[in-house]
Design a protein around this ligand. Sequence first.
Ligand code: NAG
Ligand code: NAG
Length: 400
Amino acid sequence: MVKLDRILLRANLWLLSAVSLYAFALFLFATPWVQRQALFSHAAKWPLWANFSDPVRYGLAPYKTYTFSLTTEDNHTLGAWHVLPDAYYHTYTPYPLLPRSPLPPSAQADAFAQRPTVIYLHGNAASRAARYRVSLYSALSTRLNVNVVTIDYRGFGENSGKPSQQGLTRDARAAWDWVTEEMGVDRNRVVLMGQSLGTGVVSQLAAELEIEGIRPRGIVLVAAFESLEELLSTYTVFKFLPLIRPLRLFPGLEKWYLSHLIDRFDSHLALRDVSCPILLMHAKDDGDIPYTHSVHLFDALLDPLLPQRPFSTLEEETMSEGQKAEWERNDEERRGMRSSLVEEITVDGFATIRSFDRPEGRGPVFFLNTLYGGHNLISSHEGAMDVMGRVMDLGIGESA
Ligand SMILES: *[C@@H]1O[C@H](CO)[C@@H](O)[C@H](O)[C@H]1NC(C)=O
Ligand SMILES: *[C@@H]1O[C@H](CO)[C@@H](O)[C@H](O)[C@H]1NC(C)=O
């Protein structure tokens, strides 16, 4: 008896410690500093001691990249790169020699005038010199032959400052203004592309531009998430430890806790009014952000084109027979409308592509759902690049 008591006591102590540890972790995460460190992970300065003046070191051809800095509206200085389109770069580099001195001063402006531009907004952690990001600039500038402009946000790379939703959106705006105003590139020749956290940034910027009546060529959202709240409530640490979900044991606690997020990155809301073409890309084997986030964003963009729901919420128990019948009729109509609007093609072994057009001159919405590519490598997949080139009408195959 005594022995059993002792075992129970010990088990209780273990349980108590685990619960306190969890509560402590949740408490820590509720503090702004910890929350932002976790969200932006900008302290992870990868590659270490990077020399941002030397993009060649990270895999880009000699003199193919211009290094420069931008100033944001609130006076932050950001490191940036402009990677030239390959076809254009090669006009200055007769085979088999590599250029041994900088390209002529007019080259940068010429490249912007001749080929479209992709402004790339990266995800959290590491910098613009990270290997998998450089592979993407390389793929964009060779396969799609576009100009690539990439920045590090405040607090990332060599930049000082503290990241926040508003701060990152301003940083992206500085890149947009530099390309379209300082370099004078036609807005209709600029694509905004974001990856992971960067999709939140692009969505915020696109919404801001929309309000000002400014329309980019399109936006590309790679491995997007609906909102930070939604992401956290589905997030698992090391793919099995649910972070926030245990709070659901207590009604209302999860919602209350998530209402304390400082940065919300609500792309669901931000994208609602964006009228340029939108391409979502998400791999089925993405282990960090489940692809269902992109499915939901696609569905939310489609929703206004479907017959409206008869009631605001579906409360199975409280619906009368008549209401149930009405709901089912409505469901039927929505399914019919959906299948007449949404075109779906499957490319065996690669992906499913769903798309629909939007009325009133709003651009189409595409969703490329690939089988492979994980969280980081999907966008540099050749098939994904080609889809992006066609959807954004980047004139693949045209020479410089
Ligand atoms: C960084 O790269 C530039 C350009 O190649 C070079 O001039 C400079 O010496 C490098 N700095 C360091 C600390 O290696
Ligand atoms: C912007 O920052 C620079 C130094 O980083 C400083 O010299 C300048 O006065 C600042 N300008 C404004 C308007 O705050």
